[in-house]
Design a protein. Sequence first.
Length: 358
Amino acid sequence: MRIRKEKNKEENVLVLQGGGSLGAYECGIYKAIDKLKIKIDIVAGTSIGGINSSIIAASKSGNPAKDLEDFWLTLAQTVTPSYLTEGAREISSSIYSAMWGNSNAFFPLWMKPSFGFLNSPYLYDISPLKVTLEKFVDYTKLKDPSRPRLVITSTDIQNGKPSIFDSKYDNFTSDHVLSSAGYPFYGISWTKVGNRYLWDGTLLSNTPLREVIDASPTCDKRVIIADLFPHGQEDMPKNMMESWHRARDIMHADKTDQTIRMSKIVSRYLTIINKMHDILESVPLDDTNRKKLAEIEPEFNKLACQRGAIINEIVRVERKEDSHYLFEDADFSIYTIKKLIKSGEEDARKALENFGKN
């Protein structure tokens, strides 16, 4: 007997990209979401987006917007002189981070003289970030049904496949979260979880929307994406550094349009399959065809009733940039962090004013 599919439940999803210090912009986005009282059912992220997601979902104080902002102000550095121009500050702050690290996030191995870092597969240890993160998260709170479901993506070094952690099934620790943040091109260490060695999820996808759909395939979605890397750039690169910057932006920018198109195509296919099935049920069948229909009924129910989520609304909150500096994602100066939080909140308030009202 056919299990008739009811109208899909709808979920609000927040997807947070990776992007180093640019993750402070995502903090501003969430502050706007909190002030607009938009309930988030699933929060998904990779790299710094995964770290932000974990604070949102497992906030220790129960006030994720405040915890997230406090986390970013903890990472912010005050070593850069305030009188520098914005361009000079970006450069000096990122150079400082590269040379001396960030005491609350990562430290360079050459700061430990006994360590033979020249023979190491990484240059920076992110164990300080684990200590900082645990000041703001309580993973036991993920079992609270009022908290958002947490989905974090990473990349398995040995088989090159995605490794997905989902609070619905996994018992999270900080290692699960940090496993998504080991970016090898910046020399950041991997994390071992169980018997897997994991790198940054951005190596496979910087916008883990497809992973959310796979994790929750029966619920329709309204999606908010934090888009940290501009899609378009009118002016052409003027030098090699700007060329690398533009290439980096293209690689990391949101590429979920194909996922959205496929979601709509699958929905149309399932609608047709349902109509065809209704027709077959309504006409007389001989014993042979009735038996054949019964044989495919379980597969039909699996397709029609256990899949088919569609995206009803998607809003991208897009970060704008005034300059094209390759290592802008390593600028942890207090001025830049506060500026990113403020602009993220302002952009999100405008973009999300009518979210969920259509």
